[in-house]
Ligand binder design. Sequence first.
Ligand code: BTN
Length: 261
Amino acid sequence: MDTGYTTVDLAVDMRNLQRTLLHFSEIDSTNRFLLDENDCPGGTVVLADYQSAGRGRFERMWQSPPGDALLFSIVLKEKFCDFSLSVYPLLSAVAVFNGLNSVLPESTRLTVKWPNDLLLNGKKVCGILAQSRMKGSKCEKLVVGIGLNVNQPPEFFRKDLKKATSVFQETGKLWNRFEILKRVLEEMDLLLNILQDSGECSIIQMWQRACDSMGRKIAIDDGRKIVEGIFTGIAEDGALQLNTDSETHIFYAGDVTVVKE
Ligand code: BTN
């Protein structure tokens, strides 16, 4: 039977993720595949060279030329459904932060940006989309999808993607995608252990350490209003906390920019 994918042995045993990943040369969306497919065990990783209908947040498209980016999703089941779903984008961002930072030159500056992004030298290099499949009111599985811009050439970002970048664009060299993927997955496996042993707060603390806008003045646009204030932290449920002179505001979604003073 033609499954449409080949299998790749990552050659590393992990506690929470499967060591064999499913590799598609083309698929509509790796998130869609894992949300619909019921035969994949928890911890399955699906990688695609190209997505014809890649999904971003807010129903946006996520596009990348064939073979340039890391486009992958991970399905988590059972015990992982008991944690707050909002911890998974944060956990995934820390996994990418640690994994990518371990291979990047020191001259590059990688940070996480609330709620689901990573910036390389101030430009978006990675987006994360966490989705869940519910059975009644119970979470049956959750799927974390990661789009990491690795080898896209600078021309790709010239038109309407000026605030985005790739690792290639920032370092001037092409990268082995599998080397980066393996580092990220190993980090994710470790973080899933930490989540089980110590809970959501420990993951939030790590995310906060990787964020350079904490404690600074930011503006947040939630689509209805723009509020300026000091970004004081992330709450247990993943919400952003912002202090103005008069009150504390809580945001569950929004676009953050640092206010230059
Ligand atoms: C964002 O809007 O910033 C999130 C983008 C997430 C894209 C990734 S690519 C792999 C996975 N499959 C999808 O269809 N989307 C996610």
